[in-house]
Design a binder for this molecule. Structure first.
Ligand code: G3I
Length: 300
């Protein structure tokens, strides 16, 4: 097929992009968004600071704009992110212990209820593991409410929106390493104890290349009985086009890899300023990396 979305669809996958509500008036942006992608993620608009700026006061303006645009375009929506130590609103940053725990669970319940039935997959918990090479949990105010905060968040999300796939999402978990193995052990434990988890997101903010064991890592998670998704793909540096092809092929080779999301549309939309890690240049032109992904999706 001729577009990323249609080519992925032919392989039973979605191909998505993170988008910003503030850019929906940009005609180049919306043209590419509408023609190339079958799923969208709100880059910031569904996060805790955006959706609950004051305790118990919810604001869905940006998220609802993204949802409405996606529905008008026939695109699915990935939800990002219900519980995350970063981008917590100021009022929540000042809480701790059981007060923070109940505020977090209420947030999960309220946001998942607002979007009930509209989200194909939710990042229920984002980035809860450390980069210490030992697979520790990240120290955060959420973690200090008790090691079971992650499963509590998943249970609240399931109760609020039983149809959404519930994902754990993280970065630097793209290959087999101490951090990804710690996530793997958590998912295995959750599956054994019936904690509701359906999918694991691999952000895949990469430089130069994908880890050599990228596909094997996806596969070991899939073998636990969860779907896997590439959730925030961007690749800077040399070998960009080849690395994009490798990631795409790895997803297609893993039956339970259900989709790929790139973290922005044009290089100028990327959070990785100055590194040009995306598939379209600042003018909206297709890059070599685009062609590489498209060819990988259409191979075989
Ligand atoms: O909304 C304010 C705006 O009012 C203000 O004028 C402007 C001035 O700087 O800041 C705006 O907020 C910024 C927001 O993006 C929206 O543009 C924040 O400062 C900025 O920190 C925020 O960055 C986002 C970042 O998450 C925050 O942690 C990036 O756009 C977003 O791409 C990035 O995404 C994360 C994923 O959620 C999780 N995984 C890693 C990934 C990259 O960091």
């Amino acid at each position: 097929a001729a577009t990323l979305g249609a080519s992925a669809e032919a392989k039973g996958r979605y191909f998505g992009a993170a988008i910003a509500a503030s850019k929906l008036g940009d005609s180049t942006y919306t043209r590419i968004l509408k023609s190339e992608f079958t799923s969208v993620t709100a880059e910031n608009e569904m996060k805790w600071d955006a959706t609950e700026p004051s305790r118990g006061v919810f604001n869905y303006t940006g998220g609802d704009r993204i949802l409405a645009q996606a529905q008008a375009n026939g695109q699915k929506v990935r939800g990002h992110a219900l519980a995350w130590h970063s981008q917590m609103p100021g009022w929540a940053q000042s809480l701790s212990g059981s007060t923070l725990r109940s505020a977090m669970l209420n947030h999960v319940t309220q946001v998942a209820t607002h979007y009930k039935g509209k989200i194909h997959s939710w990042d229920v918990v984002n980035e809860a593991f450390a980069d210490d090479g030992r697979g520790s949990r990240r120290d955060s105010s959420l973690q200090r409410t008790g090691n079971d905060w992650i499963e509590a968040a998943f249970r609240s999300a399931r109760a609020a929106d039983p149809a959404a796939k519930l994902c754990y999402n993280d970065y630097n978990t793209d290959g087999v390493n101490a951090k990804s193995t710690a996530v793997y052990n958590m998912v295995r434990d959750f599956k054994a104890r019936g904690v509701p988890i359906d999918c694991v997101g691999f952000q895949s903010h990469l430089t130069n290349s994908a880890p050599g064991d990228y596909q094997a890592n996806l596969q070991r998670f899939a073998d636990l009985g969860v779907d896997v998704q590439i959730t925030e793909l961007d690749i800077s540096g040399s070998g960009q086009a080849a690395a994009y092809a490798a990631v795409t092929k790895a997803c297609l080779a893993v039956a339970r890899c259900t989709g790929i999301t790139v973290w922005g549309i044009r290089d100028s939309d990327s959070w990785r300023t100055g590194t040009n890690p995306l598939l379209f240049d600042a003018g909206g032109n297709k890059k070599a990396a685009y062609t590489s992904v498209l060819n990988a999706l259409n191979a075989g």
